[in-house]
Write a protein that binds this ligand. Structure first.
Ligand SMILES: NC(=O)c1ccc[n+]([C@@H]2O[C@H](COP(=O)([O-])OP(=O)(O)OC[C@H]3O[C@@H](n4cnc5c(N)ncnc54)[C@H](OP(=O)(O)O)[C@@H]3O)[C@@H](O)[C@H]2O)c1
Length: 285
């Protein structure tokens, strides 16, 4: 239900659905899981604001979703730059008049051991995961309070127990869980939902790149396809999490296993990871 002073989004036949009239903004949605999450929200009737840093790829995604009949806008913005994050939120407000759902999905990942990592690469990866969530949220919060909206930080199962060759990434993703918890306490009377989704291994776009120790873009480390969920499956989990206003969603069975072992038998968990590091080097490096 639109709030006084907030313009509802226009709805049409193709935009009918449980989220009709709502506006979702998904950072890092020009590709990968973010793009499929945008599509999942569109299918439920939401108007969606897309984001990324590469204008050509972002526009191609916007056009693809628009051609499917969905209400979409796009804004090129680096979410680790506060002024750009403000511009991104302004796009949602000027285009659709309101903001109901924020999913902070943009992230840079890595494959490098801490010992080899330059401080600059550590900072870049950490910033993309922490400030890349904090800045859009900070700019969006007044609008989300008006709609009693929903905020979801996209994290990883690797934040539940740490992962060799992922120090800055795991640290950033773990910080998001604590941030969501603190904001839930601090802003309880606003009615805004704060949640975290811990995603497990997922099929990647062929051109997905992560940073190595020196900051070069390299392909992601090998993951067996039988451990990977599809991007559409993960997007459906994110959608369910937002609609049910859950505090935490752990997407994969492996994620639940990590959570249980880490909580109840942490030494066993570490032993398993260290053994896998010896036997499955290409999984980490
Ligand atoms: N794939 C997996 O197996 C997996 C597992 C666990 C968690 N996750 C999490 O799921 C989310 C999506 O992952 P993915 O696999 O879809 O990754 P991806 O294909 O690399 O997508 C990440 C998106 O974020 C954008 N991005 C990166 N930095 C940005 C910035 N500073 N400002 C704006 N956009 C930025 C990227 O586009 P540009 O670089 O062009 O800006 C890209 O569109 C991430 O948070 C990731 O950590 C993924």
């Amino acid at each position: 239900m639109p709030f006084p002073g907030l313009k509802p989004t226009a709805t049409s036949g193709s935009n009918a659905g449980p989220l009709a009239g709502q506006v979702a903004l998904i950072t890092g949605s020009e590709s990968g899981i973010g793009r499929e999450t945008a599509r999942a929200f569109c299918r439920q009737g939401a108007a969606v604001v897309l984001n990324g840093r590469q204008a050509t790829r972002l526009e191609a995604t916007r056009q693809a979703l628009a051609a499917e009949g969905y209400q979409v806008a796009a804004c090129v913005a680096d979410v680790t730059d506060y002024a750009a994050a403000e511009r991104l939120i302004a796009t949602a407000i000027t285009t659709f008049g309101r903001l109901d759902i924020l999913v902070t999905n943009a992230s840079i990942s890595m494959r490098a051991y801490f010992r080899d990592l330059t401080p600059e690469v550590f900072r870049q990866v950490l910033d993309s995961n922490v400030y890349g969530s904090v800045y859009p949220l900070k700019a969006a919060l007044p609008y989300l309070i008006l709609t009693r909206g929903s905020v979801t930080f996209i994290s990883s199962i690797s934040a539940l127990n740490g992962m060799p060759s992922g120090s800055a990434y795991c640290a950033g993703k773990a910080a998001l869980a604590n941030l969501a918890h603190t904001l839930r306490l601090e802003l309880a009377d606003t009615g805004v939902h704060f949640g975290v989704v811990h995603i497990g291994f997922t099929q990647n776009d062929a051109d997905k790149r992560v940073l190595d120790a020196a900051g070069r873009s390299v392909p992601i480390a090998y993951r067996s396809p039988r451990w990977q969920k599809s991007q559409a499956e993960v997007a459906a989990s994110i959608l369910r999490h937002v609609r049910r206003r859950r505090r935490r969603t752990v997407v994969s069975a492996l994620g639940y296993l990590i959570l249980v072992v880490h909580t109840l038998l942490p030494r066993l968990g570490d032993w398993v990871v260290r053994a896998s590091q010896r036997r499955l080097r290409n999984f980490y490096e």
